[in-house]
Design a protein around this ligand. Structure first.
Ligand code: ATP
Ligand code: MG
Length: 392
């Protein structure tokens, strides 16, 4: 079957291991991606060498996961994760269930991998080692477990979310038996850490087929986080493929305040705030007039307003141009942007909390009339306000 080329730097890592008498093979995602004609994001290598041998053989290494037998080797084109052949979970030795069994073979190592399309290795002559029919599944676009799906999901519930994620990323279907197994074992996803669940959900909604993420909801894999029902997500594909945009799109497809859901997933504060604020802006109705847009940007921040616009967009209301035009026009968005300083206001006779109040009044004024945001103009305005205060 397919003959694949790998970058010379990766070839060198492999050849060094073989020269030391330790078989080594590029494996997993990089083989899958190359067979699909895509450039692999990173390279993983599986080897008979133990971690300490790998560390002794290369000059620049990082002991990233010694417990699991993983050493990162740094090369000219980036890091390569080199992992010793393993069996599933090391269960083979019931007395040391957490220990890695370092006497596994390549076949055993491939057998412990999640899906057939991820369970292929590349031999030195460029042929693909494919004991589970990964190439056939690539050809028909199918995500299928290596072995019995119920067994594999019982060993590691994260695989259920990974199945959905790879289906979305690759544009594949999940094999029916796999889907049935998720149907039965989905409650076990509740035991996974929020961070791991969130990472898979994020990769799924940031993929070229974010609609695939609907499966995470209807299969019950997110139940613990209480998202409620979700509307179709395919439209997220028209948003930028970056986290803030896609999370906002997802929140727009939920019919409740998304903050508890996002917080439960331990999403980073920046995105929680933008999506929470965005949801409130969107629910209250997007701004109508340019001054309202400017005021929203000043009050809520650019990211929350953007999030609101993306939410509206997923619901069929496209206000993106209006927002981007307003942002591009620039201007004052906070008292810090005003062309007169607090010190100058003090010199003009305001003091204490009155300074803050007059700054907010100035900001309010220039949000309404951005053409007034010039020093001379504002100083004249301040003179007038001062006079008014005196005559009161
Ligand atoms: P990506 O492009 O997202 O990096 P990948 O296939 O490289 O895709 P990784 O999460 O980097 O995915 O994992 C590397 C390989 O390790 C996978 O291809 C798979 O063979 C194996 N693997 C990773 N996670 C699991 C798991 N939970 N269960 C079984 N095998 C796994
Ligand atoms: Mg990878």
């Amino acid at each position: 079957m397919g003959h694949l080329e790998i970058p010379p730097e990766i070839g060198q890592v492999r050849d060094t291991l073989w020269a030391a008498g330790r078989p080594a093979y590029p494996v997993g995602g990089c083989v899958r991606d190359q067979l699909l004609g895509r450039t692999p994001g990173d390279y993983d290598m599986t080897t008979a060498a133990r971690p300490e041998e790998v560390m002794a053989l290369f000059r620049r290494t990082v002991p990233t996961g010694l417990k699991h037998g993983t050493v990162t080797v740094l090369t000219g084109i980036g890091p390569v994760e080199v992992t010793t052949f393993r069996r599933e979970g090391g269960y083979s030795d019931s007395r040391h269930p957490d220990a890695v069994a370092f006497d596994a073979t390549l076949e055993e190592d491939l057998a412990r991998r999640d899906f057939t399309v991820n369970a292929m290795a590349l031999d030195r002559d460029g042929t693909v080692v494919d004991p589970f029919g990964g190439q056939a599944d690539l050809a028909v676009g199918r995500i299928r477990c290596v072995g019995d799906p119920e067994e594999r999901f019982s060993e590691d519930a994260l695989r259920m979310l990974r199945a959905v994620r790879f289906a979305a990323q690759l544009g594949f279907r999940m094999e029916p038996g796999l889907v049935r197994a998720v149907g039965r074992l989905a409650p076990r996803a509740a035991a996974l850490s929020a961070e791991r669940v969130r990472t898979e959900l994020e990769k799924t909604i940031c993929s070229p087929r974010p609609g695939g993420a609907e499966a995470l909801f209807y299969l019950g894999l997110l139940e613990r986080y209480g998202p409620g029902p979700v509307r179709p997500l395919e439209g997220l594909g028209r948003l930028p493929a970056e986290p803030l945009a896609r999370w906002a799109g997802l929140c727009g497809a939920l019919d409740r305040d998304p903050e508890p859901f996002l917080t439960a997933l331990r999403l980073e504060g920046r995105i929680v705030r933008a999506c929470g604020g965005g949801f409130r802006i969107w629910r209250a109705g997007l701004p109508e007039h340019p001054a309202d847009w400017r005021r929203a940007l000043a009050d809520q921040g650019t990211e929350a307003v953007r999030a609101a616009v993306w939410m509206a967009f997923t619901a069929g209301e496209d206000r993106r141009d209006e927002l981007e035009r307003t942002i591009a026009q620039g201007g004052c968005r906070s008292v810090k942007d005003l062309p007169v300083t607090g010190g100058e206001l003090a010199a003009l006779g305001w003091n204490g909390p009155a300074i803050g109040a007059v700054q907010r009044r100035l900001l309010d004024h220039v949000l309404e009339r951005p053409e007034d945001a010039r020093r001379d103009h504002l100083l004249a305005l301040l003179e007038r306000w001062k006079k008014e205060e005196r005559t009161k």
